[in-house]
Design a protein around this ligand. Sequence first.
Ligand code: PLP
Length: 434
Amino acid sequence: MTSTTNASALSTAELSALDRRTLVHPHTVIGAPAEPLVLDRGEGALLWDTDGRQYIDGTCGLWQCPVGHGRAELAAVAAEQIGRLEFFSSFGDYANAPSIRLADRLLSLAPAGLERVFLTNGGSEGNETAIKLARLAFHHAGSPERTVILARTGGYHGMGGGSLAATGIDGLRSGYGPLLPDVEWLGKPHGIEHGPDATDILVAELERRIEEIGAHRIAAFIGEPVLGVGGMVPPPEGYWPRVQEVLRRHGILLIVDEIVTAFGRTGHWFGSEYFGIEPDMVVLAKGITSGYIPMGAVLLGRRVLDLADGATFLHGFTYNGHPVGAAVALANIDIIERENLLDRARVLGARLRERLDTLTELPHVREVRGVGLMLGIEFDGLPTAPVQAACRADGVVVRGSGASIVLSPPLVITEEQLDTLADVLCRHVAAAAD
Ligand code: PLP
């Protein structure tokens, strides 16, 4: 196949055609490529396509961008680090200064009890790391039969062998043959599905499942503080501290997947803080660099470190501890702090929520929910794709996730942009039943 030499000189129509001839996008039908929206640049909460059309970013792509698009400061930090030391492996006894500083910074922000950091390149890799380490820790501590991972319906933990095995979303797991064995399921932690006693019901289910499986066989429980891909679903009141208590009583490690919830989205650095829990491992990605460079981390607590003390962790990916990612993460955290973005998530989240709550009067809206600046609107029996398409045609990017429209704009979105987003979305949600 001959290459198109100067792709930057192509028109939008040519780029689109070339995209469909050359790329397979994630989560698409092979052989039936969609017409892409070809994005060209971004600034704050705004995006522009290659035709110069402007969009308000209501999702941060995949929830990854608290500080907003187009920060020259982050580009400069990345360029400086690439010029100094672009990369060298951190396997074994090699290190680099940005990674060391980032680990220290993350631990200074993290929930109590987290004492070490394993750096990764993204979210799935972080969950693979946490799952493997939970199993290795018990193996090393003389309980090799503790291999079971408790996971929840509606949870999303990534696309790797282990992280997908622990993902409880219909459809995503099928067609790949056997996945990681010894994953056991719990119900979806969604209040509306269990009624006013939801927390009691879910905690009783957890106790029952532990009894059935045998605590001596269970290594860890994995969960997102707020289900993200599952539709921005916060758990029912009081759920997390009670789950933590049950797990601790049975010696089961708690892995909290904060890939979406950390770095301000809930109005706190970590969702664990918001829900008042102290996990044994916390998995981070996305907002750690605001997506400017792929990066992730697993924070490790005392219990797992004690269990695994002396074990050789034969695990790691080439680009772990990437100095450019670490340098950008540090500068990104500086921005979140300097611009008070945690407070902003709380204030803007409340403002958006007030607007969206009016939608609950519509017969086809089952629920409006969320925490901070991560919100979901669940439909009852209507597809979300037409609303997503209508919003995009009106210059607003939102995302359909299962039966829900999910929202997580950059935390720097202006009040005016947020109100426009709410106007456009509310109009199209209201019209969805027409
Ligand atoms: N966990 C959660 C909660 C996520 O939302 C995602 C991605 O959306 C992942 C894990 C997987 O992360 P990645 O796509 O970086 O591998």
